[in-house]
Design a protein around this ligand. Structure first.
Ligand SMILES: [Zn+2]
Length: 136
């Protein structure tokens, strides 16, 4: 079976602040990040669509202990965001002081951008990840 939307294409689009997902032809659910099967019905007939990336924080955690090679990045917040289109997407959260982050963040509306990180010994090179910030 061939991948409709490869990870490489997904991350290249993310570097241009474009969030790509797969819309299921059977049930209409949108799957982000890309997967072989629809998150709603496990169907495999999908179309590539652009997702806005707006949503609300469902949960988060503050990271104080970094993975090796990323010590300069702590502390930072990782949030799980429910996108307006349905899928839940994990990403870093900017614009909030990690030291004062509280449960009041849950439900807060955010918009998505991206961050590029350089490769380390655990990755295959430079990558991109969603970077959420509070929406006004
Ligand atoms: Zn489906």
């Amino acid at each position: 079976m061939e991948y409709k939307l490869t990870s490489k294409a997904y991350y290249e689009a993310l570097k241009q602040d474009k969030l790509l997902g797969l819309k299921c032809k059977a049930c209409g659910a949108i799957t982000v990040p890309p997967a072989m099967a629809c998150r709603g019905c496990a169907g495999t007939e999908t179309d590539i669509v652009e997702v806005k990336g707006d949503g609300k924080i469902r949960t988060f955690t503050t990271v104080f202990v970094a993975a090796e090679g990323r010590e300069s990045e702590v502390p930072y917040i990782v949030a799980l965001v429910e996108l307006d289109e349905g899928p839940w997407l994990m990403g870093n959260l900017a614009g909030i002081d990690p030291k004062t982050a509280s449960m009041e963040l849950i439900g807060k509306k955010v918009k998505m951008g991206h961050r590029v990180f350089t490769g380390d010994k655990f990755s295959a090179g430079e990558g991109a990840s969603p970077l959420f910030s509070p929406a006004n």
